[in-house]
Design a protein around this ligand. Structure first.
Ligand code: BGP
Length: 478
């Protein structure tokens, strides 16, 4: 096979782009009627302590000021040739407390402008309805998704978004990394009970309500915006057995299934047997109505999207069950892999593994909606221009995309690839700026100083060429 043929592995129309979330880029935390969200009581990020009320300092209050700079920023994304841009809508801009009967028009109008700016540049907007940013009032009033009353508020929110934007937004995601509720119940499920006091019954009831909510949003989309495609979004972490010991293989499968269950329900419309066993053994009797069952069964997703940063290992041997670092949750470190500056193990082949696993399992088109390297960047001056020589990020993205191309050759159906934090943003786990993912540098520091000016990194020029060549410029042999 010739090199040219080998390199044409990305199909025509493959969507290339990047992803952000409202709370990590927008700032304007209380402007135009926006209410506080749960992010305002997480000043140190998902791994930090929750505060009793919104406090300063919290870098997310200004973030990278995307709320005011979206036009210039989207123009920069267009300069790279983006054909998809994933962002979330801040629920508390639309319903400031979450329980109002009427939406906040100023919030709605803002996203009209963001969406129209994307479309004017030929970029498909991809909207996440909920990305770790439930209105704070709703969380405090109801205690999170364990309470069934969340569903009515959610449905009003989802309906409002679909009625307003459904004519222009084709790609919709319901909950960001829905399976992360297992590990971050407050950020992911707005559950105010501290994680160590949370009962299995309340956790699994919250999971059930979120799954029903996701199906309810899909049903609304079918009626309001029949052209729209609705996907679930899961935190993708392939789990390898630490050794060939069959007990390790089984342990890895069990850990994997805790997350796979979320996709299983979204795709198949019912709970898998192994999940029911988990409930039985935990003595949990879920409150599932007949209406819930019908909703789940009749409103399965059009595609499955996922984030991918790391793989983990698992073992049945308690003595070897040491925990490393990872995205939201950590597994047993893999002795064959290197890690990022934050200890997240880098595994490009794992992306091919999970693409094949998901495709084999679900036979639904996939979409990679997060992937990238968080790293400390240094701004340098070249010919009077400021830039970042981020060859480490280019290497990371290149090697992952080469594995994506392999998965395409394996027959996986994949709609697109959106790199995480395409413009520098506030980190989700630690709420700092110094963990940067962007192709565009933003001049803001952990202490809040900086001009907020934007600079193109080397990876900006590299990604533009990848997109222009539809992946042909990727280096296959590093
Ligand atoms: C995912 C989240 C994102 C993003 C990413 C990187 O879990 O969906 O919001 O932040 O992880 O995480 P971090 O910012 O902690 O490096």
């Amino acid at each position: 096979m010739s090199t040219a043929e080998r390199r044409s592995g990305f199909p025509q129309g493959f969507l290339w782009g990047g992803a952000v979330s409202a709370n990590q880029v927008e700032g304007a935390w209380d402007e135009d009627g926006k209410g506080p969200s749960i992010q305002d009581v997480l000043p140190d990020g998902l791994v930090g302590q929750r505060t009793a009320a919104p406090v300063e300092p919290n870098l997310k209050r200004v973030a990278i000021d995307f709320y005011h700079r979206y036009e210039d920023d989207i123009a920069l994304l267009a300069e790279m040739g983006f054909t998809v841009f994933r962002f979330s809508i801040a629920w508390s801009r639309i319903f400031p407390r979450g329980d109002e009967s009427e939406p906040n028009e100023a919030g709605l109008a803002h996203y009209d402008r963001v969406i129209d700016t994307c479309l004017a540049h030929g970029i498909q907007p991809m909207v996440t309805m909920s990305h770790y940013e439930t209105p704070l009032h709703l969380a405090e009033q109801l205690g999170g998704w364990s309470d069934r009353r969340m569903l009515a508020h959610w449905e009003r929110y989802a309906r409002t978004l679909l009625e307003r934007y459904g004519d222009r937004v084709k790609y919709w995601l319901t909950f960001n990394e829905i399976n992360s509720v297992l590990h971050a119940p407050f950020a992911s499920g707005a559950i105010t009970t501290p994680a160590h006091e949370l009962s299995d019954a309340d956790l699994y009831q919250a999971i059930h309500h979120e799954l029903v909510a996701s199906a309810a949003a899909t049903r609304l989309a079918r009626h309001i915006a029949p052209e729209a495609l609705v996907g679930c979004m899961v935190l993708g972490t392939p789990t390898y057995p630490l050794t060939p010991d069959p007990r390790d293989v089984m342990a890895a499968m069990t850990t994997d299934r805790a997350s796979l269950a979320f996709g299983d329900v979204h795709v198949r419309g019912e709970y898998p047997g192994y999940f029911l066993r988990t409930l039985r053994e935990a003595g949990v009797h879920l409150d599932i109505t007949e209406e819930d069952r019908v909703l789940l069964r009749e409103n399965t997703v059009d595609f499955v999207s996922f984030s991918y940063y790391v793989s983990v290992c698992e073992t049945a041997d308690p003595a070897r069950r040491v925990t490393g670092s990872g995205n939201i949750f950590a597994g047993v470190p893999n002795p064959t892999l290197q890690a990022s500056q934050w200890g997240w193990q880098i595994d490009p082949v794992g992306l091919r593994v999970i693409l094949n696993q998901f495709w084999d399992r679900w036979q639904k088109p996939l979409f990679i909606v997060e992937n990238g390297l968080g790293a400390v960047d240094e701004l340098v001056e070249v010919d009077g221009e400021l830039t970042v020589h981020d060859d480490y990020r280019i290497a990371y993205l290149n090697d992952h995309l080469v594995q994506v191309e392999e998965a395409l050759a394996d027959g996986v159906s994949l709609l697109g690839y959106a790199t995480w934090g395409c413009i520098d943003l506030v980190s989700s786990s630690n709420a700092r700026m110094s963990k940067r993912y962007g192709l565009i540098y933003v001049d803001r520091n952990d202490d809040g100083s900086g001009t907020l000016a934007r600079y193109r990194k080397d990876s900006f020029r590299w990604y533009a060429e990848v997109i222009r060549s539809n992946g042909a410029s990727l280096e296959r042999h590093r």
